[in-house]
Design a protein around this ligand. Structure first.
Ligand code: ATP
Ligand code: MG
Length: 402
């Protein structure tokens, strides 16, 4: 039997909700491993979560666990029969998988809850330690901050468990434990990262994309869907709302001065978001705004734009720089998708000199030229919904079909 021990991280502070948090994490692990063709058993315990299985190689499971929110760290745990000889042999074997340099240090930590086991923790540590030292003369024993720590667990039951390597998890909270948000997903670099950060923090997400055919291309829509698909790698399947936005943008272009069109457009987007929020039972809007990045992201602009809604708007990127965003995009696999050249609706209709300091009074006056309620209702009515998951990325891309 193969086994990995998963450590929960911040979950340990969750008191009465703890069970729900553990169960959500277990569910996601089951979901992400159910294509492997064998039963992967996920057993949440109070302090850890165990994953056990028979055939799949360790590395496959390790790669999956690295991208699951809420895990602080995890360690493969090797099972041997519960006698000193087998334990020593396994200890020596485990060290052979490391690249050991001269002078590196190690330590053995024994944990024993089975008091019938003939060796106490001290004896075990000494015995296993000498076996390892004998096999690897280049290593030295060191109690404080050793380079390698091997833990030997002797619990009730027939087996002992050894673990040597620990992998860092993603951190955050299990997917779906922090409510549901609606992500405003463009084709840029920022909004997918905003979505990723909220997913990592345990928020279940659906995505909303505003598209303006015929001004925007089918490839631009495709790009947004692929970004959504890449985000589901860290969470679970999500709904993708495609909001037709061309009519609204034409109306804005016709009736609103260039300097204020961006502000009005954003306010209308938020009104649409509010209606979709109700439909999808979400509690917050998430976007990729970063303070001062563009004209609509100054405090003056945000105040006027925000005025149309009382829904919480979460802006996880508000204090990040573009370079930090790009680094994350590379890490989570959205960079190449965002880098595709297809322009979205905001870029196509971008004004030449948007105001960075719009006043509410002026904006409200300009908006009177538009039949806003009807435009918003119509856009919501014509919004299409599609379920998207990771397998979307494997489908033939639009270009391949041409
Ligand atoms: P991004 O990189 O995500 O495109 P950006 O730097 O281009 O962001 P803006 O175009 O000002 O910034 O957009 C700010 C935020 O508004 C985006 O991060 C996104 O959350 C939302 N947004 C912009 N355009 C769209 C769109 N076509 N559909 C859905 N949301 C959008
Ligand atoms: Mg954009």
């Amino acid at each position: 039997m193969k086994r990995i021990v998963v450590h929960y991280g911040e979950l340990s502070t969750k008191g009465r909700n703890r069970k729900m948090f553990q169960e959500k994490m277990a569910q996601q692990i089951r979901e992400k491993t159910n294509h492997l063709g064998e039963k992967i058993k996920v057993s949440p315990q109070y302090d850890f979560l165990y994953i056990t299985w028979e055939h799949t190689d360790y590395q496959t499971i390790i790669e999956i666990l690295k991208d699951i929110p809420g895990i602080s760290r995890f360690s493969p745990s090797y099972q041997v029969s519960k006698d000193l000889d087998s334990i020593k042999k396994e200890a020596v074997r485990l060290f052979s998988s490391l690249e050991l340099a001269e002078g590196e240090s190690f330590k053995i930590v024994a944990k024993r809850s089975d008091k019938d086991f003939p060796y106490d923790t001290y004896d075990l540590q000494r015995e296993v330690g000498s076996a390892v030292a004998l096999a690897y003369p280049q290593l030295k024993v060191q109690m404080k901050q050793p380079d390698h720590k091997l833990t030997v667990n002797i619990h009730q039951g027939d087996y002992a468990y050894l673990d040597l390597t620990s992998y860092p998890g993603l951190g955050g909270l299990p997917y779906g434990t922090s409510g549901r948000g609606l992500l405003m997903l463009s084709g840029g670099f920022d909004s997918p990262i905003a979505g990723y950060l909220m997913i990592k923090r345990g928020m279940a997400l659906d995505a909303v994309h505003f598209s303006s055919p015929p001004y925007t291309s089918p490839q631009a829509l495709e790009k947004a869907k692929k970004l959504a698909a890449q985000l589901t790698h860290y969470g679970l399947e999500m709904k993708f709302y495609n909001v037709p936005f061309a009519r609204i943008q034409e109306a804005i272009k016709e009736h609103i001065p260039d300097s204020h069109s961006m502000t009005v457009m954003r306010r209308i987007m938020l009104r649409v978001m509010d209606q979709l929020l109700e439909k999808s039972k979400a509690q917050a809007i998430v976007n990729g705004e970063s303070l001062g990045q563009v004209a609509s992201q100054t405090l003056d602009s945000m105040a006027v734009i925000n005025e149309v809604t009382s829904t919480p708007i979460l802006r996880p990127l508000i204090a990040t720089d573009k370079t930090e965003i790009i680094e994350l995009a590379e890490k989570i696999g959205t960079y190449d998708l965002s880098n595709e050249p297809f322009e979205d609706c905001c870029t196509v209709f971008a004004p030449t000199s948007p105001s960075t300091r719009p006043t509410l009074e002026a904006i409200v006056r300009y908006e009177q030229a538009l039949a806003i309620d009807e435009l918003v209702d119509e856009a919501v009515r014509e919004t299409s919904i599609e379920w998207i998951n990771e397998s979307y990325l494997e489908q033939d891309s639009f270009d391949d079909l041409l």
